[in-house]
Design a protein around this ligand. Structure first.
Ligand code: FAD
Length: 396
């Protein structure tokens, strides 16, 4: 059996994995990244919407090569059709670019490779190596061949379906209430505004979630929906998406070129995302915005933090849980409050009926809330509908 030796093995070549691999390699660690698929970033499982603000924070320069559309603003639509249009000055931190995600992911992997990380494609981790009770690497199948990768530390960056952390003994299970199932069509022949992302909310449209229209140019968009299975009469999100498309005249001539399905976790992160010789990043750590389902920025941030902490751990020759705890502190300091607040907000908003959502959208459109983000929206809601934010008002 072929065996590899390295400092860090990263499982998963999504944004979280590539960022971890890049920062480990830049810090001089011998790094190997495994990706089970045949192509980084494909097939697509994403609506490709991101805000602009965080890119600089994680050392990514915006590049026209992977920016498909630069948004002017966003529209929030209520079940009965009330809209709230936000221009660029107000669109704030929740809208920005619609990406070519397959190119974005490849650009991140390329940076990792340029920094010196070795990338093994079509290589699926199949288990972990435990030696003397200690995590010592992963077993994998690479192009049909069984291999072993021995490492001082493992980064679990294997996304929503994460298995690596579970194999290593970490409980990554999710409550049914904290899972949204999604489906998306890439549609053409649409009569939509190509400069505005649209979010349609309300229980009759997308129970426990929302419907999105993210333009990718004139007449083309990612049109998708995420629903909370526990809130649906029919747990198949396709039923809700098709119903909306059939009812909206902007889709009269629409045709679909691509269908994408996937799951999103909507909880505020794992109780602890490190263990001895293990760091868990991105979706695998359940670090994703519970309201928007946006996880690209969180995966990039946590990947970067993981890399930085592993480089420091290596200097001390200590990859124990306590040596890796600075990672836990970094992501919690930066994101924990927001994730928790948005998790509570998601729970409450899911309970509201269509009439109340209509009222909320009317209320917000009539208020001058400055920059629009989940935090500022909750501030307005707190004033008029204090019950909605009961229990987490201190975070608003
Ligand atoms: C329908 C949908 C729409 C979304 N829309 C948006 C959006 O508009 N904006 C946004 O910010 N977020 C969005 N998200 C969430 C976003 O896609 C994720 O949060 C993000 O991809 C997380 O990055 P990651 O690196 O943690 O995991 P992933 O991107 O899932 O990468 C994990 C990688 O690990 C690989 N892998 C898994 N198991 C193994 C194994 N055993 N061995 C080797 N490799 C393995 C996978 O093939 C994959 O490439 C959406 C998600 C879905 C499902």
């Amino acid at each position: 059996m072929k065996a590899y030796e390295c400092d860090v093995v990263v499982v998963g070549g999504g944004p979280g994995g590539s960022m971890a691999a890049r920062y480990c390699a830049e810090g001089g660690l011998k790094t190997i990244m495994l990706e089970k698929k045949a192509e980084i970033g494909a097939p697509l499982r994403c609506a490709e919407g991101v805000s602009k603000k965080w890119l600089q924070e994680v050392g990514i320069e915006p590049d026209p090569a992977w920016i498909c559309a630069d948004m002017v603003g966003a529209v929030i639509r209520s079940p009965s059709g009330h809209t709230f249009k936000l221009d660029e000055s107000k669109a704030g931190s929740e809208v920005g670019y619609v990406l070519e995600r397959h190119l974005f992911d490849k650009a991140l992997a390329r940076r990792a490779a340029e920094a010196g990380a070795q990338i093994l494609m079509r290589t699926s981790a199949t288990g972990v190596i435990i030696e003397d009770g200690r995590l010592a690497g992963v077993k994998a199948k690479s192009m049909g061949e069984e291999i072993e990768i021995r490492a001082k530390a493992v980064v679990a960056a294997d996304g929503f379906e994460s298995q690596v952390a579970r194999w290593a003994g970490v409980d990554t299970s999710l409550k049914l209430n904290d899972i949204c199932s999604c489906i998306q069509y890439r549609m053409v022949n649409l009569d939509i505004d190509p400069e505005y992302c649209e979010f349609v909310i309300g229980g009759s449209i997308a129970p426990g979630g929302y419907l999105w229209i993210f333009p990718k140019g004139e007449g083309i968009a990612n049109v998708g929906i995420g629903v909370m299975g526990t809130r649906c009469k029919n747990a198949d999100p396709k039923v809700y998406l098709d119903k909306f498309i059939a009812s909206d005249p902007r889709f009269k001539r629409a045709q679909s070129l691509e269908v994408v399905g996937g799951m999103v976790s909507t909880c505020p992160g794992l109780d602890c995302a490190v263990a001895d010789n293990l760091v868990i990043v991105g979706d695998a750590a359940r670090i994703i915005d519970p309201v928007t389902g946006g996880g690209i920025c969180h995966a990039c941030r946590t990947g970067m933090y993981a890399g930085k902490v592993l480089v420091e751990a290596s200097k001390k020759g200590d990859f124990s849980k306590s040596a890796l705890m600075p990672y836990e502190k970094m992501w919690r300091d930066r994101m924990e409050d927001k994730l928790y607040r948005n998790w509570m907000a998601k729970e409450r908003l899911a309970e509201l009926d269509d009439e109340t959502i209509d009222e909320l959208v009317k209320l917000v459109s009539g208020s001058d809330i400055g920059e629009v983000n989940v935090y500022n929206l909750l501030k307005v809601i707190k004033e008029k509908f204090p019950k909605v934010v009961e229990g987490f008002e201190h975070l608003i």
